[in-house]
Design a protein around this ligand. Structure first.
Ligand SMILES: [Zn+2]
Length: 428
């Protein structure tokens, strides 16, 4: 920090910005002894110097002036009006297509975001397409039942229509799991519905008739996980009860980001990846002290891909999975001083209870503001093979939270909160 400018802006990194956002978010560090103002409004600065503020932008040029006794810096935002164009659905006669690789999401809407995934199709699945919108095709499943799939994930063919032959169906009950299988002469699309009392797997054979839907219902225990596998036309749907014996459980702890992926940058320039790792290592230490089988997706500052994190968890037979992060806000209209504390995210219904227990334990033990549980479509928590949550322990961009995450005692408390959340969820 130079003497002449007694503040340093961490975000934004440029002084001239073209944006279509309605708000500009600005944060960094200032000398807490000098009063900082932004557009003549006095700004709260934490005792460590952290500050954050949002400014509402109007159309055209906006000047945002940061001023202290010794310094003045002006940011210029040029706000453009976003062009939104509704693309119509193009209807066409049914065409045959193949899913061209594994793990392709089938969605309820033609949007690559949110909680709209209804299943993940296997490479080679035969589908029928009868419409298109933007970068998505509409998939015909049965009468009054369609879904959406990304165009890049399918290959159209001009082959004739021939329905899959149903071969057989079977079910098996084990002590802690129930398995149902169904076989066809070729790979068909399926959907999964997590109902009130059961999980419903539906396999569609649209080339046979509009009524050809095979339902497999498996009652679900209170704490459960499920898998879908496919081998030579045989689908295996398995719903298992999660262990309540802590000594039998496998816990995966995932420190978010790492290596060149820094994650969010805090008001004082701290990198999220480093704080995630500190909390993750201490969480593992707590769990191992209680003889709980715990594995980490990274134990040092390294790049680990999202796929590798997921595959690692599956290979290790995870029962529960916790991804550790710290939150940040973007150019959105949020009250900076209320946007702090802990939020726990889940994606699948089977992880909701885990999120609730985790939220309660972290806020109780780490003393953070309770910002509630939320749903979020993060790749690491989408698998259904285990209960999975993503924990945003505090906000990197909140001045008050920066007092927490820079304090080793708080790091320890956050880790203890996460460990207690895991133990509580498994045992209860
Ligand atoms: Zn993160």
């Amino acid at each position: 920090m130079s003497q002449a400018y007694a503040f340093e802006v961490v975000y934004p990194s440029e002084k001239k910005i073209v944006t279509s956002n309605d708000y500009a978010f600005i944060y960094g560090k200032a000398n807490s002894a000098e009063s900082l103002s932004i557009n003549d409004k006095s700004i709260y600065t934490a005792s460590n110097g952290a500050f954050a503020h949002t400014v509402k932008l109007h159309e055209g040029e906006n000047r945002v002036a940061l001023r202290t006794l010794y310094g003045l810096t002006i940011y210029k935002y040029y706000k453009t009006i976003p062009v939104t164009q509704e693309i119509p659905i193009e209807e066409f006669s049914p065409v045959k297509a193949y899913v061209n690789h594994d793990n392709v999401p089938l969605r309820t809407t033609p949007v690559d975001a949110g909680l709209n995934r209804i299943s993940h199709l296997f490479g080679g699945t035969h589908i029928v397409i009868n419409g298109s919108k933007g970068s998505f095709y509409r998939v015909y499943l049965a009468k009054d039942k369609t879904a959406w799939i990304a165009k890049k994930d399918v290959t159209l063919t001009d082959e004739g229509f021939y329905p899959a032959e149903f071969i057989n169906m079977d079910s098996e009950r084990f002590k802690n799991a129930m398995i149902q299988t169904i076989s066809f002469s070729k790979k068909l699309p399926y959907t999964i519905e997590d109902g009130e009392k059961e999980i419903i797997f539906r396999v569609y054979n649209p080339e046979l008739s509009e009524e050809s839907v095979y339902n497999l219902n498996i009652p679900k225990p209170e704490k459960y996980a499920y898998t879908v596998t496919l081998e030579e036309g045989k689908y295996t749907f398995k719903v298992r009860k999660l262990t309540e014996n802590i000594k039998e459980a496998t816990v995966v702890i995932d420190a978010g980001h790492g290596g060149s992926e820094k994650g969010a940058i805090g008001c004082l320039g701290d990198e999220e990846k480093d704080i995630n790792l500190k909390i993750a290592l201490q969480t593992a230490e707590f769990l191992r002290k209680h003889n709980i089988n715990t594995v980490l997706t990274r134990e040092c500052d390294a790049n680990v891909s999202l796929d590798d994190r997921v595959n690692f968890s599956k290979e290790n037979g995870a029962d529960v999975f916790v991804s550790i992060h710290l939150n940040s806000i973007g150019d959105v209209p949020m009250d900076i001083h209320k946007t702090r504390g802990t939020s726990v995210y889940y994606y699948n219904e089977n992880s909701k209870k885990f999120a609730e227990v985790m939220q309660k334990e972290i806020t109780r033990i780490a003393g953070t503001r309770d910002s509630g549980i939320k749903t979020g479509s993060f790749a690491v928590i989408r698998p259904t093979e285990y209960a999975a949550v993503l924990v945003e322990t505090a906000y990197m961009t909140n001045p008050q939270d920066s007092m927490l995450y820079r304090n080793d005692k708080w790091i320890k408390k956050a880790a203890k909160g996460i460990a207690e959340g895991i133990v509580d969820y498994i045992k209860k």
